[in-house]
Design a protein around this ligand. Sequence first.
Ligand code: GLU
Length: 265
Amino acid sequence: MIMADKERIVVKIGTSSLIQENGRVNLASIDRLAFTLACVNNQGYQPILVSSGAIGVGLASLGLTKRPAEIARQQALASIGQTELMRIYSQRFLDYQTKVGQILITRDVLTFPVSLQHVIDTFEVLLADKVIPIVNENDPVAVDELDHHTMFSDNDELSAQVAVKVGASKLIVLSDIDAFYDADPHQDPDAKVIRHVEQLTPEMEAAAGGSGSGLGTGGMVTKLRAAKTMLAAGKQMILCNGKDPAIIKDVLAGKEIGTRFGKGN
Ligand code: GLU
């Protein structure tokens, strides 16, 4: 077994990997994620999970399929869903003898030095005790006002910022896309996977942000923004398909999988 000497890694999982197309919670995927992170934790890594899914699980809990437009309703759903999501995570992780702790963050927590230090101190204690922190945005309170910015635009950004602040070496983004392509694979059958990106070019960013052409595949813009944050801090981000979260082990073993942003293997 490979033993990692307390290498800190952040794993980000999105709603599409946690909720099935029929709107129900993907318990098989959560179970696999819990098993994999418990193994990785036992190997000596210090994993931190950034998990979306509060609103998705809230919808599933109430048997709804459509996300309401009203912000207060979305926040209420996140409030319902977050507790249910954590109940499922705690239960699944305990099956693998691993404890988890919840950390809910708003943007101002990371930008105000005193609160940042407090949250880092919490991460340090949890990780030292081999408890896996599970992070999400604190959706019920995060609403941007003119003079008070509490919201992240998305959990890709949140996970990259957490990775940098806690000194993680890698951010593994589990997505519904296999990798970063040189064109939109949904539109272009000749699109080729780019396995390694040492530096983001303006062409890559422009293509990811373009409408209906190039790399404009839904969440790719926010993924590239997260990659940019990681690269600027001299760290790695690996984008890969989260259909089977066991892929995390392959990524850590250095297998050529997904797209690796940053230097080294
Ligand atoms: N915090 C949101 C949720 O848990 C998700 C935000 C995102 O996926 O970017 O539902």
